[in-house]
Unconditional design. Sequence first.
Length: 814
Amino acid sequence: MKRLPLSVATLALLASFSTAAQNFDNDKFRQLDELLPTPTDTRTASGAPGHAYWQQRADYRIRVTLDEDKRAISGSESVTYHNNSPDTLNYLWVQLDQNMFRSDSDNRSISSYPSRDAWRTAAAPGGPGSAQTGLQYEAARFLVESRKFDGGYKIASVTDGSGRPLKVVVNKTMMRIDLAQPLKPGASFSFNMAWSFKVPETNVLGRRMGFERFDKEDKNNLFEIAQFFPRMAAYYDAHGWQNKQYLGDGEFTLEFGDYEVEITVPSDHIVAATGELQNAGTVLSSAQRERLERARTSGKPVVIVTQAEAEAAEKGRATTSKTWRFKAKNVRDFAFATSRKFIWDAQGYTKDSSKVLAMSYYPKEGNPLWEKYSTQAIIHTIDQYNKYSFDYPYPVAISVNGPVGGMEYPMISFNGGRPTKDKKTGELTYSRRTKYGLISVIIHEVGHNYFPMIVNSDERQWTWMDEGLNSFMQFLAENAWEENYPARRGEARNIVDYMKSRGQQPIMTNAESITNRGSNAYAKPATALNVLRETVLGRELFDFAFKEYAQRWKFKRPTPADFFRTMEDASGTDLDWFWRGWFYSTDAVDISVDGITEYTIGTKDPAIEKAWNKARHDAEPVSLTDQRNKGTLPRRVDAHPELKDFYNEHDDFTVTNRDRNKYNEAVEGLEDWEKALLKEGKHLYLVDFSNLGGLVTPLILQIELQSGKKTIERVPAEVWRYSPKKITKLIVTDEPMVGLTEDPYLETADTDTSNNAWPRKATPSRLELFKSRQPQDDMMKDYAEKLKVKDSKEAVKAAEQAIEAGKPADKGGE
Ligand SMILES: [Zn+2]
């Protein structure tokens, strides 16, 4: 640290000390106007739906039948499509997402599955340079089976309201219906379809739906059925017809509507579905209906189908069937699950305008984990998400355990995660990871009811709009579950590895082009919102703005600009720099504290100033020449004292009368406030910071004073507005500063904290010592030990015999 005296006049200059020439291309605070769409009457500049906002609507009546033996679904539907747009439509597009499972689908042709994780390259015995490539069994099976599986829709008919066939063109996962008469604004069109498809086995081929076989256990099946009926593609103001094919990663873009669905299954099945059951009297026993009624007001989950009842059902196989009828209002999709293996529990939740029955369906393989946590996790999710967005509006919220690891649909979600069965004892136990993984996945998938099932963003365009916002809300809900909950995503420090990694993409990347979905579309936006909440805006402003976004856009379709604009509009803060840095760039936060210069304000009092100067002079190191001369070099003035005079007694630091008079005159001319300022005795520090990561960020400075006191000074990100790479910041303290740490709570995702402190701190780390030579494979020794032979000759013989007999030298291994 340099220590320099500072006059009051110089202070004024400091304000502009860090000003550097502004580079337009590098302006991190440039407005986003050039990137955001122009506001319209449909979507305003404030981020709210405009006075002319419109969206389409599609109502469905669906009948489906499950053929359990063939593991196939057949069905029919009638769709009433309401054209609420100001446009005349000559054709309608329908999504045939089930066609992704066709053996010739684009998904199968272009898929990156087997993913890179499925491949393994290991050093081969041939020595350095040779390699052996491995492939997971599951990945190899997928490659073989997906090309054999006869998946996708078999469409039997598409007819208009009076049964006349409609002209259709199938384009892979989409189908165009050509209308005989153009559909005018405000008009509706009804049509019918009949279709069937084979249900894919989730663990082999599946994604987001399918069936699970229990061939080894009880010869039963568990079905999780979704994307099971042709659905209207979305048509909206910002994009027209949503025309991205279902390639696999980009999820769904759908319209709201009312549903009446009849599901016919073997009569011993239990069905869980989007919506409210309409015919409990015919499909449930009176005991089950009584339990269900009790559950509505119970303080804990009530079992509707017990484990004993489910185990009894597993042993039979009904030859008759039953039809379950459901109704769902204002949903964008419909899904269901069915099996005779299901245990079923439920508990009601009523608060403010939410009145919901939380329900869980799981096979016995899910216990003891599911009976303890699933329904509780559903209720916890609704309780927490309601606080930050809007009251859960639907009558049920369901979590089903089956083969799908985690997938959301309106009112119903499919969640993986089960205990492990000990192969010998049959005992069921679960790891810590499994427990929290299950609670987290249920919070996440139930949480998706808010984003995107109700705040209906275009998932096929933007994964982050639902996954990022939902992962952020999940983090808040996990924090409210228990102290030190092992939340994976949300904390700033947890994103550092990704922010340092190579080949990143901006969050604003299309769903199908994202290479690292978990980090890019879930963790990074969740973290960005947490940084925005905790560090940039503060909780009060953030929570108000986030809730405003949810309220504005529930049951509507927002775009990214609507989110960005609403957060600014409702928080009263220009956040364009934040969106630009976190959402449109791959910059990272890396602030370096480069150096510190200390100043104290000069008092002008010669008695103080000259003493201070003398102290500084005396503190200078003694030169080597002076050190060697001291006491050894005879001086002339010592031999001839008559040579000494006044100046041998007084140096430059002596205060003279002239100095005093000049000072007194100067002080007399000062105003009182000016005199007081000279006596303040403040310590001033000029701290140099570099922005090495590129992302502009608020500075959080922990200042440690000589007395041991620590204070925090928060500096808004705008400190970088003139110079995004290097700045000098003035810090004023009452006593000397002995240390300074930038981002002491690790809240900004700084990717290199080794340069965050002054003075620099050593990073504690463990060093693992290891032997320089790994033991070599020694087949001879192995055999000598195994066969208990005594000398090397015997060992060689035994080894040769063993190799000839085809026995491997060592069993077990990794
Ligand atoms: Zn998700």
